[in-house]
Every structure is written in C-alpha cells, then in structure tokens.
Design a protein around this ligand. Structure first.
Ligand code: PHE
Length: 463
C-alpha cells in the first residue's frame, strides 16, 4: 500500500501544550456540561458520580494512554493505525466503527450545540424561553444546528495547527472561570443543600448494571476515548512528547469540568425548581441554568450569554475533533483532499442531524419511534443515536482496542511507546498499565456488556 506521506506532511502539533489544549478541548465539551448532569440525574445522583470517577481512573485513563500510543506508533487514523500495526480485518473493524461513531455523534451533538447558540441570544436580550416550545420549533432548531456544523467545517478546513490548535488554546480557561462563578452562586442559593447532598453523597444501594454501563459510557464519551479520536490526535504527536503528562492533564481537566458542571446544576435544581425531577433528561441544563442566571444580580443575563457562548466554543473544539476522525480516515486511506473529505462528511452530518432535531417535536415520527433493547427502553431517534453510537459502540470499541494491544500485539511494545518521552513510566506504573489493559479493562467492559444482555439475570437492569 502506498504511504500517504511522512508524518510531518500529514500535519503535526506545534507543541505539547498545543496537543494538550486540543485533546483537552476535544474532551471538554457538551459531554461535561450537558450530558454529565442529565445522565447523573437519570442514574440516581451521588452513586453514579462515585462509579463515574472510578471508571475514569481505572478504565478510562489506561485506555486513553492506549489510544495515544496506537496513534503515535502508527502515525495514522484509527483504521490505518490497526492496519499499519498488522491487525487483520476483524481488528480493523474497530477502526471503522470509530469513524462511524464520530460521524453519527457529530450529527446529534450539533443539535444540542445549536440549542446553545439559541440560548446565547435569548440570554443576551434577556427574554425568558420556554425550552419545550423552543425545541419544538424546527424553524429555529434546524438552522441553528446547520450553522454549528458549518462552523465546524470551516475550522477543520484550516488543518491541524492552523485551525484546531489556535481555536482550542485560549478560551477554555475563561469557560472554567465562569463555571466556577456559576457553581458558587448555585451552592449558595437558599435550599441548595438538598441538591448538594443528592449530588455528592452516594447511596450505594442505587448502583446496578444500568448505572455502571451509563457511567462507563459517560466516562468514554467525556474523555473522547473509544472514538479513535486519541489515535488520530496521537498520530500528530512528535516522538519525544510526554504522553503520560499530557494524559494526566486531559483527564484531570475533563473530570474537573464535569464535576463542576454537576455542582452548577443540582444545587440550583433543588433550590429553584423543586417540582422538577433530576431525571428529566437532555433538557435538564437548559431548564435549570437560565433560572440560576436570573439569580445573579444585576448582570445575570450577560453572564448567561457569555456562559452559552463559551459553551459553544467548548462544543466546537469537540465537534471539530469529531469531524477530524472521519476526515483523517478519508485523507489517509482513500486519498481524498482535506477539502473534499471535510465538505462531504460535514454535509452528510447536516442531513443526518435533521431527524435528531425533529426527535424533540412531539407527535413527530422521530419522536414517537421507540423499542425495547434488552429491557432498555429506547424512546425517539435522538435516544437511539445516543445509546447505540454514543454509549454502546464506544464501549465495544474500547473492549476491542484493549484486547488488540493487550493480547493480539506485544503489549510491551505499546508500554514502551507510552514511556517514550517520559521518565515516570518505568517499573510499577508500566506494569500496572499492562495489567489494566490486559485484564481490568476488558473484563470490566465484558461483564458490563454481558449484564446488559441479561446474562446475569433480568435484562431490565442491564441498560
Ligand atoms: N468529549 C466530548 C464531550 O465531552 C465529546 C467528544 C468525543 C468529542 C469524542 C470528540 C471526540 O463533549
């Protein structure tokens, strides 16, 4: 097979800092601020948060290192990486699944990002919006989503260090500061205590198969692990960069923002909307936050507008990386130009986003559709996409990638790849990583999947 050029001709990060910011920018997104709180609410609060943190540390982090190693070693996109390292068609299918997942999630992720754009304006001009009315109006929601995908396309056209890196570098710290401010307001509201308790004190009796699958899925979603994204971004890394340190930063930033995200939502929910249940789903953040902004005097709406603007930027640094995965695949493997790949996939994502937008419209076909999957009720097109691509497929990819490097390949070579550029990864940490990637990651994921299909009893619990 003809090689698609040297590493540097594919593009490379300008610096390790640039990589951390771009990979961290990919990780920090709507997953932290929109998805994490509502999934926490659907899975019982504190107990979920507890399992989530364990999933990040014990499963997510080893897999993050695994993906970066695969990418840097091969210098390729997810499919190319497995081909290049000698994986057969079966293992390459994990790479194909990565490309598909990124494309599929981009389509519905953009719908939520579109809502965010709408909220920037309604906050700034300070008009109260009824979330239900808003999402039921395709005339608003569809164009906003298209605008977001167009923005994504423009950045990806700029290429690696020109577009993505520059966009990622500077706005994230500002977002974090605003989140701190909002969380501080939320926890000091009268009546916030119940929310803090719900969020932070785990009721261990609530942990079951469904909670664990959701926590695992959310950890992978949020860390951008299991999408081939870290393979792709790792392939733009120079040989001597320190991946251990970078991964620590990426996982640390991502978890901080998610945990703070929850701290903005639950205290405020219990204080300001006592009638609303935490498990109401994707609407949660959009219902709660505007009420918090109203409580910040005198410029709450300006803060609100800024918050949604920065959330939009966070969503954009995530969506560009989602689009980058299929684009890198078509450039490397099908020899398409960056321009052709970006436009083709971007426009296809626009088309696929329409049913997700319409899924919020009551009575609509995409809203009504639903079925039962091993005891899990799938309700509407959006839910279908988020479960199959945003949760299940990612978990399967992580299983395949851990088996691939842990058992099919010589795992020591990958450990050495991770260690290159860092002095810390000798002795115990290296042994621990090998143990986790060979045993802990695949076994835990397998048990969760088997539980989902009801091997250990009622499938109702499983997903
Ligand atoms: N991690 C991102 C988020 O939390 C989602 C994402 C996953 C983005 C994979 C790119 C690639 O929003």
């Amino acid at each position: 097979m003809q090689n698609s050029g040297t590493r540097s001709s594919r593009g490379q990060w300008g610096s390790t800092f640039g990589f951390i910011m771009a990979a961290g920018g990919s990780a920090v997104g709507l997953g932290n601020i929109w998805r994490f709180p509502y999934i926490t609410g659907q899975n019982g609060g504190g107990a979920f948060v507890f399992v989530y943190v364990l999933c990040v540390l014990l499963i997510g982090l080893p897999l993050l290192l695994n993906e970066i190693a695969l990418g840097r070693k091969s210098g390729k996109n997810p499919v190319g990486a497995i081909k290049e390292t000698g994986g057969n068609r079966f293992w390459q299918s994990a790479g194909v699944l990565c490309v598909l997942v990124c494309f599929a999630v981009l389509s519905y992720y953009s719908v939520i990002a579109g809502w965010t754009i709408g909220y920037i304006f309604t906050e700034l001009i300070n008009i109260p919006v009824d979330f239900e009315d808003f999402v039921q109006t395709p005339l608003y929601v569809i164009p906003l989503c298209m605008i977001f995908i167009l923005l994504t396309i423009f950045v990806v056209l700029g290429g690696i260090s020109g577009g993505i890196e520059k966009a990622a570098k500077f706005l994230m710290p500002v977002l974090f500061l605003i989140i701190l401010l909002i969380a501080a307001r939320a926890v000091t509201l009268p009546g916030a205590g119940a929310g803090i308790e719900y969020y932070l004190s785990p009721d261990f009796s609530k942990i079951n198969g469904k909670v664990i699958l959701s926590a695992l899925g959310q950890a992978f979603f949020s860390l951008s692990v299991g999408w081939g994204l870290m393979i792709t971004f790792g392939s733009y890394l120079p040989r001597d960069s320190n991946v251990i340190q970078s991964s620590g930063w990426i996982a640390g930033m991502d978890s901080m923002v998610a945990l703070m995200g929850g701290l903005m939502i639950f205290p405020a929910l219990f204080a300001l909307l006592p009638g609303v249940s935490p498990d109401e789903g994707p609407a949660l953040v959009f219902n709660v936050l505007p009420r918090v902004f109203d409580q910040i005097e005198p410029f709450g709406n300006i803060i609100g507008g800024m918050f949604f603007l920065l959330l939009l930027v966070a969503a954009l640094t995530s969506s560009i990386s989602m689009l980058e995965v299929p684009v890198a695949y078509f450039i490397d493997e099908k020899k398409w130009s960056r321009k052709k790949a970006t436009w083709t996939i971007g426009i296809a994502a626009m088309v696929l986003s329409i049913p997700s937008s319409l899924a919020a419209v009551k009575g609509n076909f995409f809203n009504n559709m639903g079925f039962n999957f091993f005891g899990r009720q799938i309700a509407g097109f959006f839910d279908l996409m988020d479960f199959f691509f945003g949760t299940l497929a990612i978990v399967v990819i992580c299983l395949m990638l851990s088996l691939y490097t842990g058992w099919i390949k010589n795992v020591k070579e990958y450990a050495a790849e991770i260690g290159q550029g860092s002095t810390f990864f000798e002795g115990l940490p290296k042994k621990a990583w090998i143990f986790f990637i060979r045993w802990i990651c695949p076994i835990v994921i397998l048990l969760v999947l088997l539980n989902m299909i009801g091997i250990f009893g009622t499938p109702g619990e499983g997903g």
